[in-house]
Design a protein around this ligand. Sequence first.
Ligand code: GYE
Length: 303
Amino acid sequence: AVAPSSLDLKTKTYPELVVGFAQIGAESEWRTANTRSIQDTANQLGVELALSDAQQQQENQIKAIRSFIAQGVDVIGVSPVVETGWDEVFAEVKQAGIPLILLDRNANVPDDLYSVRIGSDFVEEGRRACGEMARLLDGQGAIVVLEGTQGSAPMIGRGTGFQECLQSYPALHIIDSQSGDFIRARGKEEMAALLQKHGNSIDGVFAQNDDMALGAIEAIEEYGLRPGVDIKIVSIDAVRAAFEAMIDGKLNATIECNPLLGPLFFATALNLANGIPVEKWIKPDEGIYRQDTAAQELSKREY
Ligand code: GYE
C-alpha cells in the first residue's frame, strides 16, 4: 500500500495499486469519454487497471466483479447498468475485504455494501431539464420523452426529477415516452414512431441523453419539421456533438453530466486502499448549456 502522505496525483505514479473496473459498454459518447478518462488516468498514474466491457449485460458485470475478487485486486469499481440485483455479488466483494466504488450509476443496495459513489445527481439533472423545457415552451405544451436504459439509475432519476418539476407547470404535459436505451440510432427510431403517432401535436422532446436527442433531430428533419424550432429539444450530458447541434439551432439546451471521472476515481481508490475515509457520495460540478453560449463553449469542451 501507498503511504497516505505521499498521495500526489500530479507528479507521482502508483504501480503497486491494482484496480478492476467493470464498465457497462459503449452505448454513447458519454460512455466512450468516461472509459477514455479512466484509461488515461490509469496510464498517467502507472496504476494496473483491469477493465472489462460488459456489453450492456448485468451478468457480464457480475462475472467481471467475481474475477476481480479472484485476482485479489486492491479496489473494485463498477458502473451498475441497472439499479437492482447487486446485493449478492456486492456482499462477496465486502466479504473479500475489497473496497467497492460505484462510479457514475447508482445501485439500489444497503449503504454498507459499497464504500462510495462518485457520480452525478440524476434527479437534479431531470429537474433542470424540465426547467429548460418550461422556459422554452412558456410553461405550456405536449412533451414526449426518450428514456434511457430501463431500470438504470439515470433513467429513473432523470424521470423522477422531470416529473417532480412538472408539478409546477400545470399546462405542460408528457403525452408519451419510449425507451431509446441511451443509443443514437434507437432515439431516431423511437422519435420517428412518436411522430407517426402524434404528428404535429408534439411541442417538445426531453431526451435523457444527447445521443438520443441527436437521433431525434434526424427523425424530426426526415418528418419535415424543424428540430429546435417547431419542436424544442432538451437533453442531458453536454457532449461536443450537442454543442454543434445547438450552434446549428437544432438542439435547444443540454444539461451537463460530467463523464471525466478518472481522476476522482483513482484518487478515491488510492484513499480507500490506504484506509483514508472518503465521503459516501462524491458529486462533480455541472452546468446548463444553451444555444446562446454554445459556440464560445465548444472550444473549451473536453468531451
Ligand atoms: O447520460 C448516457 C450514458 O450513466 C450518466 O449513461 C450515464 C449515462 C449517460 O449512456 O449517455
